[in-house]
Design a protein around this ligand. Structure first.
Ligand SMILES: [Zn+2]
Length: 348
């Protein structure tokens, strides 16, 4: 049996739109709402929300087999306003594993609690080359020295507060999305690429009049980057969970941007051998290019579910993403391979 064709134009278009919606962990509602709206066009799906705000889509089919689930997350790295400095600039508290050098000079939006958006950028506090010269490069990139310069007239804490900015406001780094020559370059492909894989797999099945073999749940989680996204939201009768999240590309890694990867082990331990075996076999049957790999500094939403007591067979697949949690990059071949793998799994 051959897999349905993937509408690649749709996949990229959906992905670019999702990447351009700011959704740091804790402030991911606009991205959840966007995916919800997109999935609402498929009458096969019944959509609901967890109390935590994650999106659950159920595709129910008549079958005696137990249900399965897939999960991916829309929340991303980001920051909140930690302190307003006496010069009117902001100190930040980072969300998730943001490394300061990766966002130095990046554009940001501050989303105030009253619904305003204020533009700015991230700078080191010794930014001017004509004042600090080479000393600027030696300043440590840490919470004390990195600051937000607002594109608003303020030179004092009072003026910044008058803009409507408060402690705890969300700060989102620009994703800088660019599509060129089969590559998608952007921040936060982790894990929006995989949300796009799931959504486009569903679309391909719907477009060709096919359904999953077993009832399938799709959990779009919103707290992964802080470690507990999918700890809840998977129904108790689900027996297998496939986490769809980025594969680590770089020195010492087997993964690449042109394949999907089956992660055997990461910092959270080893995945489920039986489900891994099934996924390998499906990849073989459908000639899906895939690698197996081990991720050095990585934990997944599926493991969050395991830790919370979830009793399922668990696996992790995803497209290779270069320079993760930095200025990331994916390739269409990896995205297509992952989408095909999801469809093969659903149709098995
Ligand atoms: Zn991720």
């Amino acid at each position: 049996m051959s897999l349905p064709a993937i509408d690649q134009e749709y996949l990229v278009d959906f992905l670019v739109k999702l990447l351009n919606i700011a959704s740091p962990t804790g402030f991911a509602e606009p991205a959840i709402a966007f995916v919800e709206k997109e999935l609402s066009q498929f009458s096969q799906l019944k959509l609901s929300r967890t109390r935590k705000g994650a999106l659950v889509a159920r595709w129910k089919v008549e079958s005696d087999l137990s249900p399965v689930a897939l999960t991916a997350h829309v929340d991303t790295l980001g920051a909140v306003v930690k302190e307003i400095k006496s010069n009117g600039r902001l100190k930040l508290s980072r969300i998730g594993g943001v490394q300061w050098p990766t966002v130095e000079t990046e554009g940001i939006w501050v989303f105030t609690s009253t619904g305003e958006k204020i533009r700015g950028s991230v700078l080191i506090d010794t930014a001017s080359g004509h004042i600090y010269s080479s000393a600027g490069s030696e300043t440590p990139r840490n919470d004390d020295h990195m600051e937000v310069r607002l594109d608003a007239r303020t030179t004092s804490e009072k003026e910044t507060r008058e803009l409507g900015i408060n402690i705890g406001d969300c700060v989102a780094f620009d994703p800088r999305v660019e599509v060129a020559n089969g590559f998608v370059r952007s921040r936060f492909l982790d894990d929006k690429a995989c949300v796009a894989n799931i959504v486009s797999a569903i679309k391909s099945l719907v477009d060709t009049g096919q359904s999953p073999t077993r009832t399938a749940y799709f959990l779009i989680s919103n707290y992964e980057e802080v470690g507990h996204g999918a700890s809840t939201g998977i129904p108790a009768d689900v027996t297998e969970l496939v986490t769809v999240d980025m594969a680590v590309v770089g020195k010492g890694q087997e993964s690449d941007e042109f394949s999907a990867t089956l992660c055997i082990k990461d910092s959270g331990g080893v995945y489920h051998e039986g489900l891994n075996k099934k996924l390998r076999s499906l990849a073989g049957q459908h000639s899906i290019p895939y690698k197996t790999d081990v991720y050095p500094f990585y934990g997944s939403d599926g493991e969050a579910f395991w830790r919370a007591g979830g009793d399922v067979a668990l696996a992790l697949i995803g497209p290779g993403i270069d320079a993760s949690h930095n200025y990331e990059r994916a390739h269409m071949d990896g995205l297509v391979a992952t989408t095909n793998w999801i469809m093969a799994y659903l149709l098995d």
